[in-house]
Design a protein around this ligand. Structure first.
Ligand code: SAM
Length: 333
């Protein structure tokens, strides 16, 4: 049998201890009767195997042969499968189930950003949990693949933004911002959140409306604010600058502070990203973290094109830190 993963082994430890002592008791009970002892032990091992298998699937211990039809392979049980899909599955958004190998790879990519305490694997688990919780509680969806979102969220406590002033350019339903606030709190900073988005009923890209969102939900200001409230974001620490990031009145309103964390996720064309980077150069605090979403994503080549061109010039304050999934991370000098 393959070795179960560490977390599962830890969760099973009390059960294994209880079973060990049960086996001990049985050995003492049977005294010198070797044949009976062996048979008893064999039965105890069988019971242990059934209990481990039930616990692995999240089922009740003690369900073994004679239990539900698929107790031997709970993942094949249609009820288990439908339940997992309902909570983590791709209906109305991207799939939120995780491939353990991809998650390990993600932790390695994050560690390359700098992880002297070796906490990247833990941060990946916590970020995934936060994504699922915020998205399931709210209305709409967080945009993007699970590894990319988890990577962006997990990077925040690792990169330790210098202050809790957050700017997200392009907030869609506001759900990612809700998750981001939690990650900033995890990094030990207090927070203030600024969102810049036109809040068009359908997402705008390069000035054009995209087709109906995968979630089937139109975007409204009331919805963005409700999602932030559902995620636990304090309305007194939040402002929504409604409009495009290039609008002069939006820039004036949002340029009143130096941000410690900026997520560029609005207009994904090369021109749009280039203009956002120019602006970002002027509103970042020293040491600020800047995230370029969809860097290297096949469907948005403009993000990488504009970012690479901006960095190549070498006359700005932003420097390359690294890439995780399809997000690039920069740091302000
Ligand atoms: C990809 S979505 C953002 C996804 C969101 N950050 C998330 O993680 O769920 C892009 C959002 O930016 C908005 N947008 C498009 N162009 C923009 C611009 N120039 N300035 C600000 N927002 C823009 C779109 O309407 C949309 O709401």
């Amino acid at each position: 049998m393959a070795k179960p993963p560490l977390l599962l082994r830890q969760a099973l430890r009390p059960v294994l201890r209880a079973l060990d002592s049960r086996i001990d008791r049985r050995i003492r009970h049977t005294g010198g009767e070797r044949g009976r002892t062996v048979a008893e032990l064999r039965r105890a091992v069988e019971e242990l195997r059934a209990e481990v298998s039930a616990l692995r699937s999240g089922g009740a211990p003690g369900v073994g042969p004679g239990g539900p039809p698929n107790a031997a392979d709970p993942a094949a049980d249609p009820v288990v499968r439908a339940t997992v899909e309902a909570i983590f599955g791709p209906e109305g958004r991207r799939d939120r189930r995780v491939d353990p190998d991809r998650m390990r790879m993600l932790a390695a990519e994050l560690a390359d950003l700098g992880d002297p305490r070796g906490v990247a694997p833990r941060e990946v688990v916590i970020a995934h949990r936060t994504l699922v919780e915020v998205e399931n509680r709210g209305v709409g969806r967080v945009a993007g693949s699970t590894p990319n979102i988890v990577g962006k969220l997990a990077a925040v406590p690792l990169l330790r933004p210098p202050n809790g002033e957050i700017l997200e350019i392009g907030c869609l339903y506001g759900l990612f911002a809700g998750a981001l606030v939690r990650q900033v709190l995890r990094s030990g900073n207090d927070y203030r959140l600024t969102l810049v988005d036109p809040v068009a009923p359908r997402q705008l890209q390069g000035g054009r409306e995209l087709r109906e969102d995968a979630s089937g939900v139109p975007i409204t200001e009331a919805l963005v604010r409700s999602n932030l409230a559902l995620a636990g974001v304090d309305p007194d620490r939040t402002r929504l600058c409604r409009g495009l990031s290039g609008d002069p009145e939006v820039r004036t309103a949002a340029s009143d502070r130096s941000y410690g964390l900026i997520v560029v996720d609005g207009d994904h064309t090369a021109e749009g990203v280039a203009a956002d980077l120019e602006w970002v150069e002027t509103i970042t605090a020293p040491g600020a973290v800047v995230v370029l979403d969809d860097y290297g994503a096949r469907q948005w080549p403009g993000v990488q094109e504009a970012t690479d061109r901006h960095l190549k010039r070498g006359d700005g304050r932003l420097e390359w830190v690294g890439r995780v999934a399809t997000s690039a991370f920069l740091r302000a000098r």
